[in-house]
Every structure is written in structure tokens, then in C-alpha cells.
Design a protein around this ligand. Sequence first.
Ligand SMILES: NC(=O)c1ccc[n+]([C@@H]2O[C@H](COP(=O)([O-])OP(=O)(O)OC[C@H]3O[C@@H](n4cnc5c(N)ncnc54)[C@H](OP(=O)(O)O)[C@@H]3O)[C@@H](O)[C@H]2O)c1
Length: 268
Amino acid sequence: MTPPYGLQGKVAVVTGASRGIGLAVAEAFTAAGARVCLTARDADGLRRAAAGLDAVALAGTVADPAHLRRLTGLAMEAYGRIDVVVNNAATNQPYGPLMDADPDRWREAFAVNVEAPLRLVQYAWRAWLREHGGSVVNICTEGATHVGPGLGAYGTSKAALLHLTQQLAGELAPGVRVNSVSPGLVRTEMARFVWEPADGAPTGLPLGRIGDPEDIARAVTWLASDEARWITGTDLLVDGGTRVRAARSQAPSQPGPRPPITYHLPGA
Ligand SMILES: NC(=O)c1ccc[n+]([C@@H]2O[C@H](COP(=O)([O-])OP(=O)(O)OC[C@H]3O[C@@H](n4cnc5c(N)ncnc54)[C@H](OP(=O)(O)O)[C@@H]3O)[C@@H](O)[C@H]2O)c1
């Protein structure tokens, strides 16, 4: 995929980049002219992802601030700059009713989904962004603004990430733009338990299908690029119409010819 907008000469750090949305972002960024520095926990998966790209990579968990500091150091050492940070790694655990939520797993969810994005931006800020500017894209979720069964810890942490995005956008302007992208259901490992049981069945989504990682990567690339130069503190919903699907019951099933429009002019 070669987007019409570029990231030529830019350097991006992308977390959770060994598969799914993070890998699609790394591929799209590379196609748009950026060099990328990647992380994920599984070293083999990360090596495979980085091998296809002109990328540097460091395996580890984003829950460890020391790992994020080393990751920032690697990007600076390899490329000498960090223009874009994409906070994509996340966990949807602990799954289930909040009354059963294990405190350690709850803390882990917030360490990965909320604290890590802040830490990584702090390190990149000190290393490059404060002096030279750049942009940050946090990967949130369509579900961050409403409640649902089982995903209470995930939803709460992603709602915090939405707030963090806006807070950082205000604090880091005008040099650094900070936005989020909120995907609907995307065909990845993380959401397999949602899409696989109904795979092939009609989705009921206005745009007719669940998302592919590339659908999200296109939006992230645009938002990270200078094409979005006057946008900060925004959440871009990329959900195939999930949020508006209730209106489908009122919609015609097939687009047909429209009735002619009759204008009634005063005095006519
Ligand atoms: N798929 C969806 O339907 C959907 C919907 C809304 C939002 N999202 C969001 O999209 C983002 C990407 O999710 P995805 O669906 O692409 O998931 P995925 O396919 O499971 O990929 C997750 C990536 O993050 C890495 N990762 C997980 N935990 C990590 C940690 N603690 N430290 C470092 N890397 C870690 C994984 O590699 P390792 O396991 O090797 O670490 C993998 O590279 C997440 O922020 C998620 O909340 C997804």
C-alpha cells in the first residue's frame, strides 16, 4: 500500500509491531518513506516482522519503562531522530466481570495500555520531540466511549488513553501533535474470539465487513503525516460504520433511483 501522503525522511517508533495493526502501520509507514523502530515481546515474531522492512527492532514488554528507554535509545542510535510515536501495543485482559478482576492483571492492563504510551512519549520528547516537534498516534478503540460485557478493564484503560491523548495534545502543542485512532472490529489475533465464531456471516455493518489491519494503518499514516498538520487532540474513528449501525434499520437495503426533487419557488 502506498498512500498518497508521505512520511519521507521521518523516523517512527511503533509498539506492538510484530503482527496485526502494528505491523500494518510499520509497513504503511515504510511504504510512505519512513524508517521504523519496532517492538513486541516475542523476539522471533518481531524479527520476522522487521526482516521484511528496513527496520530496527528490540524485543520486550512496553510495561517495562526501562525497555521503552532502551527502545528510544535504539531509534536515536540507528536513525538519529524520532518524529512519530505510535502507541499500539495493548492487552484486552483481564476479561470478565470487574468484580472478578485480579488486581495484578488490572494493574498490568493500565501499565500496558495507559502508562506505557505516556512513558514512551516522555522518552521521545526528551530525546527529540521537545526540540524538533513531531506527532504521536495512540491506538484506542471504538469501545472506549461506551460500556459492554467482559471488557471492563480494557474499556476503562482505553478511555483513560483517550483522555491522555487530549491532555498531551494540549500540553505538547504547538510542536507535537497528539491524536488517537479508534478501530472497530479488526481481523487480528487480539479480536479473534469476537470475529472468528461469526466469520463469513453478514456483519450488519454499514460498510459491509469487519476491518483489515490496513484499514487502520491508512488512517494512522495520514494522521501521523503533515497532511494532518492542523489536527491535534482528535480521536479518529475507523470502524466501518459500527457507531452508526443502529440507523441501518431505516436505510433502504439497495440504493435505488432517487425521486426527482421538486423546487417550489415563492410566487411560482
Ligand atoms: N483488533 C481489533 O478488533 C481492535 C479493535 C479496537 C482496538 N484495537 C487496538 O489495536 C491495537 C493493536 O491490536 P491488534 O488487534 O493488532 O492486536 P494483535 O494482533 O494481538 O497484536 C498485538 C501486538 O502487540 C504486541 N504486544 C502485546 N502486548 C505487548 C506488550 N506488553 N509489550 C510489547 N508488545 C506487546 C504483540 O506482540 P507480542 O505478543 O509478541 O508482544 C503484537 O505485536 C491495540 O491497541 C488494540 O487495543 C484492536
